[in-house]
Design a protein around this ligand. Structure first.
Ligand code: ZN
Length: 313
């Protein structure tokens, strides 16, 4: 049995306007832009990575912002909701902040004993803040959100599925334990302290999700370099057809479409976002993996201007 998967490594979603996306995640939510690159499968589109100060696994929310993208539809076969973790005493702060910033948010509610604030990003992506008494300390940048109230990283994701069972079985094979159940929601937890929760919502009647702006593209789970191949074998044993191990420069990745339709990735913790930029300069310039560097002029010409994080303040 390979070493435990502690939880989520990153979540990648589709957005429309890159400037609006940058402003929302850095200024409104207080995350740091830790990498400014391009979609390695479509270099006309940015790939923007947000996270804590160093973009640690478990904090990293990433986007492909396609300008003028068609709006997607959240539905089955997708990560329906991505949840960030905040300290329990930050609830009032965030309720006020989201209201002041004009964010589309709902009143706080309780789920499995925790306070949850549901809200949407500018593209309608479904997000939540989940407040925990024992929130880890975190390492967010100094910025618009005071340190004591800052988002710590991911709490988890909610998968929307027409049929929960195959995905529930897979999560258990990946080392997640079922800890809670309430009507159509089942909660699975891994061993980490960030991004360790996967909720599975079964709704056979719901419409199937359509990819597009405001929807999640995939969720990546954190594995070690040593155990990535063994976890890939676990996916194959469950009847999935994972990709080979792909070098993404900042981590190595394996992708597999699960039976429920959600795209899973296994991503390595190392080498991380500081492999090609100094920690205090992350996200300031467009970085490309070596194999795209000789196309830099052409790639830059095809991308919209994007403010530096400082001017986005
Ligand atoms: Zn990914």
């Amino acid at each position: 049995m390979p070493a435990d998967i502690p939880g989520i490594h990153h979540v990648t979603a589709i957005a429309s306007d890159p400037g609006e996306n940058l402003s929302f995640y850095t200024r409104t939510l207080g995350l740091r832009l830790v990498k400014r690159s391009v979609n390695q499968d479509d270099v006309s589109v940015y790939h923007l990575f947000y996270g804590d100060y160093s973009g640690s696994p478990g904090t990293s929310m990433t986007f492909f912002p396609y300008e003028g993208a068609r709006q997607g539809r959240i539905g089955t076969g997708q990560v329906a909701t991505t949840a960030f973790l905040i300290p329990a005493d930050a609830v009032d702060y965030w309720v006020d902040r989201l209201a002041e910033e004009g964010v589309d948010a709902d009143d706080p509610r309780e789920r499995f004993g925790d306070t949850v604030i549901p809200f949407r990003d500018p593209d309608g992506l479904q997000l939540e803040l989940v407040a925990l008494e024992d929130a880890p300390e975190g390492n967010m940048p100094t910025g618009p959100v005071p340190e004591e109230h800052a988002i710590r990283g991911f709490f988890g994701v909610t998968l929307s599925l027409a049929s929960a069972e195959p995905t529930a079985d897979l999560l258990e094979a990946m080392g997640f334990d079922e800890t809670e159940r309430e009507r159509t929601r089942r909660r699975f937890e891994a061993s980490g302290d960030l991004g360790y929760v996967v909720d599975v919502l079964e709704d056979p009647q719901a419409a199937r999700g359509q990819p597009g702006a405001g929807t999640v593209h995939h969720v990546a789970f954190q594995v070690t370099d040593e155990d990535q191949a063994a976890w890939r074998d676990v996916l194959m044993d469950h009847g999935l057809r994972p990709t080979e191990i792909i070098d993404r420069k900042w981590f190595k990745s394996v992708y597999a479409r699960t039976q429920g339709g959600v795209l899973f990735e296994l991503a390595t913790k190392s080498p991380g976002y500081t492999v090609d930029e100094d920690l205090d300069e992350l996200g300031e310039r467009l970085v490309l993996p070596e194999w795209l560097e000789d196309r830099r002029d052409e790639i830059e010409a095809g991308l919209a201007d994007l403010p530096t994080p400082e001017s986005a303040e």
